[in-house]
Design a protein around this ligand. Structure first.
Ligand code: HPA
Length: 246
């Protein structure tokens, strides 16, 4: 059984290079996960793959059952999770196709089930979230990037917005003032739920557009799709060089 899972985001609903060895339907006490767990070998190493938006990319960010997804990964024996996230670039150097390994998060989402510890009868739990991503896994991703000869940005703050709409320019200005470098809709509460279940969790963020008001004109789905297609090639290469290090 693999202890490494990859949660695929937009543009990564299936993992090219994954030789599938099994499919596992898992139930969770929190409802339906995004789909079945795909077991396989990725360049000789066992991994579990879960597409966050469902296998047909039908679940929008605010409807994803993050608790069910993280719970079934834990239940399947996973200890390390690499999350792939498509994001908008806020900081000047966060251009389309950049790969970013964020080290901080600001959460702007609302009305998402964001804890496993909500039951009043259980002990009150406040997990530490000083460093929201698992530093050892982040370092392994950076080593994987170096081995693959891929440029990555090693420090960034991820602003998690509610979606599914993109932001206004004023909202991005506010996020920038807050210190956000990239913006996406799926980073939270996934990261904190992983922390609550003591999973080592890190993100590979692919910039697929300049954030609102930071590029030329409006953001189109065509632009995003084009950048996803080219950028995911790099993401796969990074995963290929990182998985053997785990
Ligand atoms: N904003 C929020 N989420 C995103 C963006 C964006 O500009 N691009 C991709 N996911």
């Amino acid at each position: 059984m693999s202890s490494v899972a990859i949660i695929g985001g937009t543009g990564l609903t299936s993992l090219q290079g994954l030789e599938i060895t099994g499919r596992e339907i898992m139930q969770s006490p929190y409802g339906e996960p995004s789909g079945i767990l795909i077991h396989g070998t990725f360049y000789g190493h066992e991994v579990i793959f879960l597409p966050r938006h469902g296998s047909g990319h039908t679940i929008p960010p605010h409807k994803i059952n993050y608790r069910a997804n993280i719970w079934i990964l834990k239940e399947a024996g996973v200890s390390q999770v690499i999350a792939v996230n498509a994001v908008g670039g806020i900081r000047k150097d966060m251009a389309a196709n950049c790969l970013v390994i964020p080290d901080q998060i600001i959460d702007y989402t609302w009305e998402r089930n964001n804890t496993f510890f909500e039951d009043c009868t259980s002990q009150v739990v406040h997990v530490d979230f000083t460093d929201p991503y698992c530093e050892s896994l982040r370092q392994q991703l950076l080593q994987g990037a170096a081995a693959a000869n891929i440029d990555v940005i090693a420090h960034a703050t991820y602003g998690a917005t509610q979606g599914p709409r993109l932001e206004s320019t004023a909202e991005i200005n506010k996020l920038e003032r807050d210190g956000c470098d990239i913006v996406g809709m799926t980073g939270m509460p996934e990261a904190v739920l992983a922390r609550e279940l003591e999973l080592c969790y890190a993100s590979v963020a692919l910039v697929v557009n300049r954030a609102a008001g930071r590029g030329n004109g409006i953001i189109t789905m065509e632009e995003i799709e084009q950048n996803i297609n080219s950028g995911m090639v790099q993401v796969r290469k990074l995963l290929e060089h990182t998985i053997p290090l785990l």
